[in-house]
Design a protein around this ligand. Structure first.
Ligand code: GDP
Length: 453
């Protein structure tokens, strides 16, 4: 029998939620909560909010709040549960927890509620991982994709493919176990059709990870350019507000400024940098060094040039740093007469966008180009994108084993060759749904969760 656990499940705010799960959950909350109607929480109908008072370890009232009893098995964890909706101060919530601990309840560990939901068969492993994505989502689109995954957009098709492979293997086992019987050739044809279909679906899912990762994590992007090229003005134009200091004095942006910018469905994690130039100022030089290091590691460079001036030595530093990277050359200050040698830029950059960061002219073109260039585009986000590296790796392994089984089925290899590879694919898919995952992996997955979920 599991012990009973409790945790604060809300993050600040006027209402604080305490969640309790385990055999003694309803008993423990009943002991510290006095319903206003004089009844006992344990006798209240399941899922019905009850108003009353909450009492601390010394019996003194600490809050007037709602409580709810949730009877098993129709609960998040599958165990008896109870929740308290308190006033959200940490004074109230910590006293409420103390009172529950006195009833033999213990503090829940990170992700322990969801781990119990998984172990009690209430939720698959891929759905549980999506719960974490949903809590940590940084954009609406990432949240939508995660919400669909919680509802089974990844787990359901994988369970279906796994079931089909299991049926196939069972069929082939019969053949392997009775070698003297003639094998119905239809069996091989049907097997090949199923394996072909499954292999393509698995590869497509595995390959969606590249887009999924971008959706979840965003893309690091660095703005490079000589001092006064208009980098800070461009960052402000991307942000739509004054974040970086814009001045006429070269070298104002000494340190790195990092901002998250939403570009279409994409989260761009932009770093504005100190301008690249030779300088004797050690602080400015440190900023420049960091800008250089940042550019090497980043996924997209916006190389900003002042279009109203000819290219100078400092621009050559920008050229050198961004060549060979995924980069967009921004010819800024296009509201002024153009002096820049565009032909030279064309030799170095595949993508050139003239714009005025000051007036906003041309910004739309840049905003449309960025998501396309990093590979997110405008496609529908219906939960079909794989956003999890562990799942993507297991999918790729499943696809390879499925393809090997297909090869065995179509080239007349023995049935046990088909069975061996199909079983490999089944095991890999089970790692995603949770059927064949090790205890250590489960522990690691849930340790990433926050306490209270
Ligand atoms: P940074 O040093 O590269 O960050 O450059 P800033 O963004 O601080 O801009 C330097 C100067 O150029 C400021 O006076 C800006 O107002 C001006 N500037 C920036 N973008 C434009 C533009 O598109 N057109 C014009 N005319 N001036 C701009």
């Amino acid at each position: 029998m599991n012990d009973t656990i409790a945790a604060i499940s809300s993050a600040g705010g006027p209402v604080g939620l305490i969640r309790v799960s385990g055999e003694r959950a309803i008993e423990a909350v009943s002991a510290v909560f006095h319903a206003k109607n004089g009844g006992e929480l344990r006798d209240a109908p399941t899922q019905k909010l009850v108003f009353g008072t909450l009492h601390g370890t010394d019996g003194k009232m600490i809050d007037c709040c709602y409580a709810v009893a949730l009877h098993a098995p129709h609960t998040y964890t599958g165990e008896p549960m109870a929740e308290l909706q308190c006033h959200g101060s940490s004074a109230v919530l910590t006293q409420a927890l103390e009172a529950l601990f006195q009833q033999g309840v213990r503090q829940a560990e990170a992700g322990e509620f969801t781990r119990r939901a998984f172990l009690n068969g209430k939720i698959g492993l891929s759905e549980a991982e999506a719960v974490h994505d949903l809590i940590t989502a940084r954009t609406v689109e990432a949240a939508q994709n995660a919400a669909a995954q919680v509802m089974g957009s990844v787990g359901s098709p994988i369970r279906q493919m796994r079931d089909e492979l299991i049926s196939l293997v069972a069929h082939f086992h019969a053949v392997v176990d009775f070698p003297d019987e003639d094998i119905d050739p239809v069996l091989f044809d049907d097997a090949a059709a199923l394996l072909h279909r499954t292999t393509s679906r698995l590869y497509a899912m595995a390959e969606s990870y590249e887009r999924g990762r971008i959706l979840r994590e965003g893309v690091p992007c660095v703005i490079l350019g000589r001092p006064n090229a208009g980098k800070s003005t461009l960052l402000n134009a991307l942000l739509g507000r004054e974040r970086a200091i814009v001045t006429d004095i070269p070298g104002t942006t000494r340190d790195l400024i990092e901002e998250n910018v939403k570009v279409g469905q994409l989260l761009l994690r932009v770093t504005d940098t100190a301008g690249l130039r030779d300088t004797n100022d050690p602080i400015e030089q440190a900023g420049i060094d960091r800008a250089m290091a940042e550019a090497s590691a980043c996924s997209l460079i916006l190389a900003v040039f002042d279009g109203s001036r000819p290219l100078g030595d400092e621009d050559m530093l920008v050229l050198a740093r961004s060549t060979g990277h995924r980069a967009i050359a921004v010819i800024n200050k296009d509201d002024l007469p153009r002096q820049i040698d565009e032909k030279l830029l064309k030799k170095h950059y595949l993508h050139i966008v003239p714009l005025s960061a000051k007036t906003g002219e041309g910004m739309k073109k840049l905003l449309a180009l960025i998501p396309r260039l990093v590979g997110l585009g405008d496609g529908a986000l219906d939960g079909a994108l794989i956003t999890n590296a562990r799942q993507a790796a297991a999918l790729a392994r499943a696809a390879e084993r499925c393809e090997a089984a297909l090869y065995a089925a179509t080239t007349g290899l023995t049935p046990d060759a088909v069975v061996m590879d199909a079983e490999g694919a089944i095991a890999a898919l089970g790692e995603i749904t949770g059927e064949t995952v090790t205890e250590a992996v489960v522990t690691r997955i849930f340790s990433d969760f926050c306490v209270g979920k």
